[in-house]
Ligand binder design. Structure first.
Ligand code: GDP
Length: 426
């Protein structure tokens, strides 16, 4: 059985925790897109971890963790992240890396940084991990596949060819030092030796695993609204964040993805630029940011304060639909126990017309939130294990959201820990 765990919002919904939790009953966990630009925060018996590139299943010794072909593979980053787990007492995880994954090159990080500087105030809020230049090169067909590291002649020829192009841009657009092809070739030899133990024909491996009936998790990064096609373009990420892309980024048949678990956050948060209709500001935002997540809403990769907002049912219903969610998990609900009332954005007013349909970006920029206010429950809900034991107003909030988003909420997360989960309808 293949299950995808994906974000229904702007990312940071708590996918890491849910993946870590569900990985207990899984055999294989796969990252299928993105790179080291987003972080998943996980708290378990080994401590608190912010994973950036490794799948969130690495803490169990019975699982195999896979970096799929759709990922932007930063090889030294992967090796360091693995080592940092081992250094903290986590048993060395079993890792496989697709021979078709492409390599995030040192110059991708540089180009990301230079381009953000060039755009100055008009930047996209990149994490400067090289992700946008990486995917640009992949689709411009000047990327380096892992398999190419093992063919010296192809590699050398390509390094020279790509450097020629990159150096024109470095010299004339960014006025920065040029790349030395010999040095780059050396770096790639080092990368080859680092990654060699993990390289695998992943789609063949997964075909066999599916045949054997293994439990497989596809772990998404970011969320629906950051998808390059269906999100808030151009304030999006550079690879698809949707469950459907899991088939491509892992190399499995699309019809094998039976279960699509959309992770939905009980309030809104976003990083980077772009329209954010239910955004809140000032003291109201500061308080939610301080109380949010586990120890505050600050980026796991960058430490940047996240933008905060009330729950946006318009964006989330769209987010669930575009994911094809078969179920939703509502996370970080415990954080909201301090509020007297909880505004929920149930419509967008655009040019005087109220809609419940999530619009394209040009219209989104003009949207104003239409709120319904629900009464708060004013108490701590951490520690509660049964749905019926939640305060009535809390259940009303969950059920109101469930109706608005049109997706069954099967789990409610009421704390960052692995066991802090309430199952429903099971
Ligand atoms: P991801 O990228 O979707 O995995 O999300 P992040 O890890 O960036 O953000 C989620 C944050 O919320 C992390 O700090 C988690 O430890 C924390 N978290 C996850 N679920 C819950 C929850 O139910 N309650 C609280 N208080 N924190 C949670």
């Amino acid at each position: 059985m293949v299950r995808a765990i994906v974000g229904a919002n702007w990312g940071d919904e708590g996918k890491g925790k849910i993946t870590d939790m569900l990985a207990k009953e899984s055999d294989i966990i796969i990252r299928f897109q993105g790179g080291s630009n987003a972080g998943h925060t996980i708290i378990n018996e080994y401590g608190k971890f912010a994973l950036h590139l490794l799948p969130s299943g690495v803490f169990y010794s019975h699982t195999t963790s896979i970096i799929g072909n759709g990922v932007a593979l930063n090889i030294p980053y992967l090796v360091n992240e693995l080592q940092s787990l081992v250094d903290r007492g986590v048993p060395k995880p079993r890792i496989l890396v697709s021979d078709r994954a492409q390599i995030l090159m040192p110059y991708h990080v540089l180009f990301d940084t230079y381009e953000e500087a060039r755009l100055a105030g008009k930047s996209f809020g990149s994490t400067k991990s090289g992700i946008a230049p990486f995917y640009s090169d992949k689709y411009a067909k000047i990327g380096f596949q892992v398999s190419e590291l093992f063919d010296e002649e192809t590699l050398k020829e390509k390094v020279n060819r790509v450097c020629e192009l990159k150096n024109v841009m470095l010299e004339h657009l960014y006025h920065q030092p040029k790349i030395d092809p010999a040095e780059l070739l050396n770096t790639l030899h080092e990368y080859r030796d680092m990654i060699a133990p993990y390289v695998c024909d992943v789609s063949a491996y997964l075909a066999e695993a599916i045949r054997e009936g293994k439990n497989i998790l596809l772990e998404g990064q970011l969320g629906s609204l950051k998808d390059p096609d269906h999100g808030i373009y151009p304030m999006v990420t550079s690879s698809s964040t949707l469950a459907a892309f899991g088939a491509i980024g892992a190399g499995i048949p699309p019809y094998e993805i039976k279960n699509i678990t959309a992770v939905v956050k009980a309030y809104s948060s976003a990083v980077g630029a772009g329209a954010f209709v239910s955004e809140i500001f000032g003291d109201e935002a500061d308080e939610l940011r301080r109380r949010g997540g586990d120890g505050g809403e600050f980026g796991a990769t960058t430490g940047r304060p996240r933008r905060m907002g009330w729950f946006d049912a318009v964006a989330t219903r769209y987010g669930c639909r575009i994911q094809g969610a078969t179920e939703a998990v509502l996370t970080v609900l415990d954080v909201l126990g301090y509020l007297d009332e909880l505004p929920v954005c149930v419509g967008y007013e655009i040019d005087g017309v109220v809609t419940k349909d999530f619009p394209t970006t040009v219209k989104l920029e003009k949207a104003k939130p239409v709120y319904v206010k629900l009464p708060g429950w004013k108490c701590e809900i951490r520690g509660i294990k049964n749905y019926e034991d939640l305060p009535e107003n809390c259940r009303n909030y969950i059920e109101f959201i469930e109706k608005e988003i049109g997706t069954p909420i099967t789990m409610v997360s009421n704390g960052p820990g692995r066991d802090e989960i309430i199952y429903r309808n099971r």
